[in-house]
Design a protein around this ligand. Structure first.
Ligand code: CA2
Length: 145
């Protein structure tokens, strides 16, 4: 059966390409989403994209993913990585396997970015590889049985 994937991006990632290119690169979120959709389509899978600046909206989308039969999630939780027990509970609650992606290397940055509430329940985490991290994560979940 064709895989059904979800790409989630958290707060402020809608700003990609407009500011801080030295940290986050020059690509926009639309660039990332289009590339992700093409990558999934080429593998015979489907991929939906969702970005929100609101924690509750992301949680609602994760709950909806369970109902929709999503097989795997790729998520860049943005700043919620370091603060949100609720986002972790939502991901644990639906039990959909997910890969956590960070564009920057959070371990080379401020100490408050060194802890993730999600990493312990993720399949794995990719960080510091720029926007290629999304491609690597999608490739992984496409191959995963
Ligand atoms: O490196 C990442 O992908 C982060 O998840 C990005 C978050 C940050 O809070 C995490 O510690 C690491 C911030 C996203 C903000 O994105 C912007 C993009 C362009 C301009 C300004 C913010």
């Amino acid at each position: 059966m064709a895989k059904n994937l979800l790409l989630l991006n958290g707060p402020n990632l809608n700003l990609l390409g407009s500011r801080e290119p030295e940290v986050y690169g020059a690509s926009t979120l639309a660039d990332i989403e289009h590339a992700a959709q093409a990558q999934a389509m080429a593998a015979g899978a489907s991929l939906s994209c969702f970005q929100s600046n609101h924690e509750g909206a992301l949680i609602d989308r994760i709950h909806a993913a369970k109902t929709a039969g999503v097989d795997a999630i790729v998520i860049n939780p943005g700043g919620l990585t370091h603060t949100s027990v609720a986002l972790r509970d939502a991901l644990a609650g639906v039990a959909i396997p997910f890969v956590e992606v960070h564009i920057s290397n959070i371990y080379q940055r401020e100490s408050f970015r060194h802890h993730s509430f999600l990493s312990a329940i993720a399949i794995g985490t990719i960080c510091g590889l720029g926007i290629d991290g999304y491609r690597f994560a999608i490739d992984f979940v496409l191959k995963k049985r």
